[in-house]
Design a protein around this ligand. Structure first.
Ligand SMILES: Cc1cc2nc3c(=O)[nH]c(=O)nc-3n(C[C@H](O)[C@H](O)[C@H](O)COP(=O)(O)OP(=O)(O)OC[C@H]3O[C@@H](n4cnc5c(N)ncnc54)[C@H](O)[C@@H]3O)c2cc1C
Ligand SMILES: NC(=O)c1ccc[n+]([C@@H]2O[C@H](COP(=O)([O-])OP(=O)(O)OC[C@H]3O[C@@H](n4cnc5c(N)ncnc54)[C@H](O)[C@@H]3O)[C@@H](O)[C@H]2O)c1
Length: 485
């Protein structure tokens, strides 16, 4: 688009103002470039309004109560059920009642131009934004366009689902009611977290897993989370398919859910939490010669450049790339994208050398994730299975966390498990997993060990304070010594 044909020309247009797009825009601007950030809905995206923050806000009160009840002497001070209305109200303070004014103030304060509307590519470095009023605005980009359009819930092919009103994670995180009965289909991260939140809020919850709970993690870890859900009162059904869903009495009447084991359930709400697909639909990718099948991610190199386009003006970042669909990892890639665009605009090569500022290298082997269930599950890097599949020769070290003095102080009858996946040739940590109460804060030490490739004989000198849960590290290293002695 020539500067005359455009209503406005900036250095960089970022499409999608979720957490990831905001960071890409911010870093690009800090690099000295003018940036238009286009958002069709709420600036801040899923994480702020329908995902991370509201789900964690729904979970936290139940965690606080459970922690107190797990300590003799403290338990009697906490009686009665959660105040569901209070929990929902506190959640709403985190979503700012689904009002993004504070995020807009932040963006404008940073020097970004916020453009409201739905954007699509119409050619190389050319974007059209359709506003809510139907007006179209043409934006030209001198250097780059960044696609940060996120992901959408995927709908599994369950007979009747497409005709039956149901919850997605958006509804579950923004509900103002606690349904008396809730069936959760899918026992991935979102399904497990939201099942726990609602069972603790008072719903009768059934979780339907077609394989196991959290199948992406080691069997033992998923089993511990499944047991935690059961102890909280959920009915967890594994190895079972959902064969049909309907609301036979009408859209506002209870749903009837049938399972492959012959069981039938009735519930006011059904949450379908069976994964997400990259949001590439309607982006005008065909106008720049890209063919991306629906549901497939935009492939990018480590600096975020869309690999299918030769001249490198189109970038993608966050969930739409399918690389590591987590807020923190998307924001990390966005920092890389912002730095790479600014450097290239200044005439630098900005080659994505591994571990340089221009490469999101950690995406490949050091992604941390916490599942905020009870017990929590915190994992980084490669699982044992992934490491073996990638051809590493590995050994593992494992401990039961009740052996750790800090754990026994934290909770009576603490149960937990930790495992290190160790590269047998280089003696460095490739991955770590912790399952137990409050293990989330153990994770960053593991991330540092994995990213830093810290040799085990040096890690031996990183002494955890007594009596903290971090002594899990000492126990793990001792277990490895005992095995390799
Ligand atoms: C229930 C749930 C809980 C989660 N909890 C966590 C957690 O605790 N920690 C964690 O790290 N991750 C969590 N995630 C994952 C996390 O929410 C995503 O990884 C993150 O939101 C991705 O950010 P994004 O900016 O790439 O996409 P999004 O947040 O989806 O933002 C994309 C934005 O682009 C906009 N957009 C799309 N198309 C256009 C267009 N054509 N024009 C203009 N704007 C457009 C959308 O309106 C949206 O605002 C959770 C996910 C779910 C579903
Ligand atoms: N704490 C966190 O970091 C957090 C919390 C929630 C979500 N997320 C992220 O958000 C994204 C979406 O979460 P999610 O849990 O929906 O996706 P997911 O991919 O983690 O899990 C989806 C689960 O649904 C199952 N499934 C698929 N089709 C099914 C069917 N027909 N019947 C029953 N089960 C079926 C899959 O086997 C899988 O276990 C993921 O990237 C996740 O990592 C992160």
């Amino acid at each position: 688009m020539s500067e005359e044909a455009a209503d406005q020309t900036v250095d960089v247009v970022v499409i999608g103002g979720g957490a990831v797009g905001e960071v890409a825009a911010g870093y690009t601007h800090q690099g000295g470039l003018s940036v238009a950030l286009v958002e069709q809905s709420l600036l801040g995206g899923e994480c702020s309004y329908y995902a991370c923050m509201p789900s964690k806000a729904l979970l936290r009160p139940g965690q606080a109560v459970a922690a107190a009840r797990g300590v003799e002497g403290a338990g009697p001070a906490v009686t009665g059920p959660l105040d569901a209305a209070g929990v929902l109200a506190r959640r709403t303070t985190f979503t700012h009642d689904w009002d993004d004014s504070s995020q807009v103030r932040w963006a404008v304060g940073e020097g970004l131009e916020v453009v409201r509307g739905t954007a699509r590519l119409v050619g190389e470095r050319e974007v059209v934004v359709a506003g809510a009023d139907g007006e179209e605005r043409r934006l030209g980009a001198r250097h780059a366009v960044v696609l940060a359009t996120g992901s959408m819930p995927s709908t599994p092919p369950i007979p009747g689902l497409d005709r039956t009103r149901h919850w997605t994670t958006r509804d579950a995180t923004s509900s103002h009611e606690v349904p008396p009965r809730l069936v959760v289909i899918g026992a991935g991260v979102a399904g497990c977290e939201l099942a726990l939140a609602y069972v603790r809020l008072g719903s009768a919850v059934t979780v339907v897993a077609r394989s196991q709970v959290l199948p992406m993690y080691p069997f033992r870890a998923g089993g511990m989370v499944a047991r935690g859900l059961s102890l909280a009162g959920a009915d967890v059904r594994t190895q079972v398919e959902t064969t049909s869903i309907e609301r036979p009495e009408g859209p506002d009447e209870p749903a009837v859910i049938r399972l492959s084991d012959g069981h039938t359930m009735v519930a006011e709400e059904v949450l379908v939490a069976t994964g997400r697909r990259p949001h590439t639909r309607g982006l005008g990718l065909e106008t720049v010669g890209l063919e991306v099948p629906d549901g497939k991610p935009l492939e990018v190199d480590d600096s975020g450049r869309v690999t299918a386009l030769a001249d490198g003006w189109l970038y993608a970042v966050g969930d739409v790339t399918g690389r590591a669909p987590l807020t923190h990892q998307g924001k990390y890639a966005a920092r890389v994208v912002g730095d790479a665009i600014a450097a290239r605009a200044a005439g630098k090569a900005a080659e994505p050398r591994p571990w340089s500022a221009y490469a999101a290298t950690a995406d490949h082997a050091a992604v941390p994730q916490v599942v905020f269930t009870d017990p929590e599950l915190a994992q980084v890097g490669l699982t044992e299975q992934q490491a073996r599949e990638r051809g590493h020769r590995v050994r593992t070290a494992e401990v039961d966390l009740y052996e750790v003095a800090g754990a026994s102080i934290l909770a009576d009858h603490y149960t937990g498990w930790a495992q290190l996946v160790i590269d047998d040739e280089r003696d460095v940590v490739l991955g770590a997993i912790f399952v137990g109460q409050d293990v989330a804060e153990l994770l960053h030490a593991a991330t540092i060990a994995v990213v830093g490739e810290v040799p085990l004989d040096r890690l031996w000198h990183a002494v955890p304070a007594y009596p903290t849960l971090s002594e899990a590290w000492l126990k793990l290293l001792e277990a490895d010594r005992a095995r390799t002695a």
